[in-house]
Ligand binder design. Structure first.
Ligand code: NAD
Length: 386
């Protein structure tokens, strides 16, 4: 079949295998150009390894650290003649390239929130790596099933306390309009913390520690976002921000637990980038379109792979804030960058969207997430699905 993008709201329901492969190949090439990081961990577990920051982390681990990796993700394979999800194709391509480079690369496709997948991962570590030195926790999910009770929690993206009015862009039509988001109730805040907070990260580390598969000095990092004033009500001060506060608290708890093996835990606050998760957050796609314009003009632009290479190359020794969080969002939050974003923001309308922002680049990057628009891929070629 010939695979074309089919966009439904903030998601593309098709993905192109060759395009996804090319996307992974380009990220690997970027890392190879930067060079190998000496003295880095050699056995790495990435939870949420198929797209976005997790995929970039795994690529830097395998090709920048020359590490063997295990990746856990939840992706749809090809079913009933329909293409797989982009993350599925990314993970297959990653395995292929990593194997070619002589690395061990094991992939586990299933629900990371379940104890079954945690135990399967532990077994795989025991069989293939013995132990791991580094655990990256990079899940972004709309729901989580509690493995003890079977209860399903659904996360929401809402402000807390009062309603939030903002401009946003409809990514289907390119129309800039106002949205009004009602505040979350307490149940919704609690559910979002259950999904995107630290409970599952702690459960992972507890089980990995208990099984003895964390090497002496093992480190673990989870990713967070804070962002600028224009997104605070929906992000940092919203339901997802509450969950991230819980994640930060968990880093402290895990740091204590890991003392026993001389290890440590921390949060890395990363910059805003185009991923499947960030595309789903109201206001963020418009903010990203402005941010791209400003950061590209200032030669400060970074995507997932550039951010993760910078983080990993420093071996997680970038500057930290008063809460002990690594701040990879330093360039995004530079006062001169945010002053320009704030100057552009009130002026944006549907008519001047393309002129005042880099909305076109945003949409191109969005399509690239699903393997569309990559150089060197023949999109008119028939694709045989398995
Ligand atoms: P993403 O949507 O690209 O990736 C999410 C990953 O989680 C995928 O590999 C997916 O397969 C996996 N996943 C989801 N549910 C799962 C489940 N039940 N079991 C196993 N795997 C599952 O998201 P992203 O934007 O890369 O986000 C990763 C982390 O980075 C999140 O914590 C996010 O808050 C953080 N972050 C993102 C941004 C941004 O702008 N995108 C900025 C800063 C921090």
């Amino acid at each position: 079949m010939i695979i074309k993008p089919k966009i439904r709201g903030f998601i593309c329901i098709t993905a192109h295998p060759d395009g996804c492969r090319q996307n992974v190949a380009e990220q690997i090439a970027y890392v190879q150009q930067q060079g190998v990081v000496a003295g880095a961990p050699k056995r790495v577990l990435v939870i949420g390894a198929s797209t976005g920051y997790g995929l970039a982390s795994r690529i830097v681990a395998a090709f920048g650290y020359q590490a063997d990796t295990i990746g856990v993700y939840f992706e749809r394979p090809e079913i009933d003649g329909k293409p797989a999800s982009a993350g599925f194709y990314n993970a297959c391509a990653f395995d292929e390239f990593a194997h070619q480079a002589g690395r061990i690369s094991e992939s586990i496709n299933g629900d990371a929130f379940s104890d079954t997948i945690k135990q399967e991962t532990i077994q795989r570590i025991q069989q293939k790596l013995g132990q791991v030195d580094l655990v990256i926790y990079s899940l972004a999910s709309p729901r989580r099933t509690n493995p003890e009770t079977g209860e399903v929690y659904k996360s929401v993206l809402k402000p807390v306390g009062e309603e939030f009015r903002s401009k946003t862009v409809n990514t289907d039509t390119g129309e800039v309009h106002e949205i009004v988001l009602p505040p979350a109730n307490n149940e919704e805040i609690a559910a979002t913390c259950k999904v995107m907070g630290g409970e599952d990260w702690e459960r992972w580390i507890d089980q990995l520690l208990a099984a003895g598969v964390l090497a002496k000095g093992a480190q673990t990092y989870a990713y967070s976002y804070l962002g600028p004033k224009v997104t605070w009500p929906i992000y940092a001060q919203g339901t997802i921000g509450k969950a991230k506060e819980d994640l930060t608290r968990t880093a402290g708890v895990l740091n204590k637990k890991l003392e026993a093996i001389g290890g440590c835990a921390a949060i890395s606050v990363n910059k805003a980038v185009v991923t499947q998760a960030s595309s789903a957050i109201p206001v963020v796609p418009l903010y990203l379109s402005v941010l791209f314009k400003v950061m590209k003009q200032k030669n400060l632009h970074e995507g997932c792979i550039e951010q993760m290479y910078r983080l990993f190359a420093s071996q997680f020794q970038q500057q930290r804030d008063e809460l002990g969080r690594i701040r990879m969002d330093d360039r995004e939050l530079q006062p001169d960058v945010q002053a320009e974003v704030e100057a552009i923001w009130p002026k944006i309308t549907t008519e001047n969207l393309k002129e005042l922002t880099n909305y076109e680049d945003y949409t191109k990057e969005f399509l690239r997430l699903f393997g569309f628009g990559l150089d060197g891929v023949d999109y008119e070629q028939e694709v045989t699905l398995g």
